[in-house]
Design a protein around this ligand. Structure first.
Ligand SMILES: Cc1ncc(COP(=O)(O)O)c(C=O)c1O
Length: 392
């Protein structure tokens, strides 16, 4: 079956944050919304079928995950990431961002230091700051147009109060797929300094052709023992509104501590539609996933070629995973706020402001390309007109 990703679907009146928050973000509804990281592609049919099938039964009562839930997850992770996850290591998590907060709350104390590697997905900052922990920045370096970890800076910032590092693997907003050597070095440093690692791997199933995702926990036995990994089908299969994710914690002591926290807060359960959709995604989703990634790669190529040819002042970081492109707009000669306004007001484009992602976000914007290519063509035409106008 060939899926149609060219289709343009009207998302008005569905509560889509991407549309509903345009006035708050850009001061106008007259912007193409290329920001919030969900897709404008149709959520695949097998997800709807699973939900409809569950709706056939007349009672939507308190329910356990279906018996296929964990086996389908274990098989998916084994097939795609060559990680032999044991059933006892995993459990349901009501969202990855909530999971990050639970990890901060269960594994650290107020005043402890937590390391993040900006520019990075901004809820990482919130879960640290809002829980009165101390945020330590270990900024990424840009080397030959790609992000690299700065291990010297990391070691220099670790103190006896540093307890946790939140890793974005693969990385948002840079689309970087961290290789085994990088993760091994990170694991080695964290092992020596007794620092736990929460590895957010929500983008793991969207690695693009030519790259390979390495789960942090698989790089060494010590990485397995000091890590909490969070995965989800929600982003890959465009169903984040259902809220379904999982934790994987091989170390029994850490796992018990995390589960005790979840149980004490009554946070262990999900909803019946999330369960059904997760099983459908992992059992039936491979063909759709491949076609979706092919289309996304085509969109990335389109944007990169267009910018190189027509607006070389904007330099995209070439993503190795997912559908987000980190744009370096420094050569347009504007400060970040001005740049953001220019995109919204002059080009009619709603992107994420780089500084939202913390240090290193200056002069950058993040573009979401998970939409019909027609929309991206329109976006690039609008941008070109605005940029030409700027230089006249
Ligand atoms: C790195 C990363 N983690 C987590 C999330 C969201 O996870 P959830 O919707 O399960 O809270 C996103 C969404 O953009 C993300 O990019």
């Amino acid at each position: 079956m060939t899926y149609n990703f060219d289709e343009i679907i009207d998302r008005r009146n569905t509560g889509a944050i991407k549309l509903e928050r345009r006035i708050a973000m850009y001061g106008s509804e007259d912007v193409l919304p290329l920001w919030v990281a969900d897709m404008d592609f149709r959520t695949p049919d097998f997800i709807f079928e699973a939900i409809r099938e569950r709706c056939e039964h007349p009672i939507l009562g308190y329910s356990m995950p279906p018996k296929e839930f964990y086996p389908s997850l274990i098989k998916w992770i084994n097939d795609h990431h060559q990680w032999d996850v044991k059933r006892s290591w995993i459990g349901f998590l009501p969202g990855i961002v909530p999971g990050l907060a639970f990890a901060v709350q269960s594994m650290t104390e107020e005043g402890d230091e937590i390391i993040v590697q900006p520019p990075v997905y901004y809820p990482f900052f919130h879960v640290v700051n809002n829980n009165k922990r101390v945020l330590i920045n270990n900024p990424l370096k840009t080397v030959n147009g790609k992000f690299e970890m700065d291990f010297d800076d990391l070691e220099s910032k670790i103190t006896s109060k540093t307890k946790l590092l939140i890793l974005c693997n693969p990385h948002n907003p840079g689309g970087r797929v961290w290789d085994k050597e990088t993760l091994e070095r990170l694991a080695d440093i964290c092992t020596r300094h007794h620092i736990l690692v929460v590895s957010d791997e929500i983008h793991a199933d969207m690695v693009l052709e030519g790259y390979h995702h390495t789960p942090f926990a698989t790089v060494s036995e010590s990485a397995a023992q000091l890590s909490l990994t969070f995965m989800a089908p929600s982003k890959t299969f465009n169903m984040p509104g259902l809220i379904s994710s999982s934790y994987i914690i091989p170390n029994e002591i850490l796992r018990n501590r995390f589960v005790d926290y979840l149980e004490a807060s009554e946070l262990t359960g999900g909803n019946i539609f999330a369960y059904a959709a997760t099983v459908a995604a992992y059992e039936k989703g491979e063909e759709w996933r491949k076609q979706m990634l092919d289309y996304v790669q085509g969109n990335i190529d389109f944007i990169v070629d267009f910018l190189n040819e027509h607006i070389p002042q904007i330099k995209p970081m070439i993503p190795e995973a997912s559908f987000l492109i980190w744009l370096n707009c420094k050569e347009l000669g504007m400060e970040t706020d001005e740049l953001f306004e220019f995109f919204a007001k002059k080009a009619g484009l709603g992107l994420n402001k780089g500084t939202t992602f913390g240090m290193g976000g200056e002069y950058h914007l993040r573009l979401n390309v998970a939409c019909s290519r027609e929309i991206l063509k329109q976006a690039m035409e609008q941008l070109l007109v605005a940029v030409v106008d700027l230089f006249i």
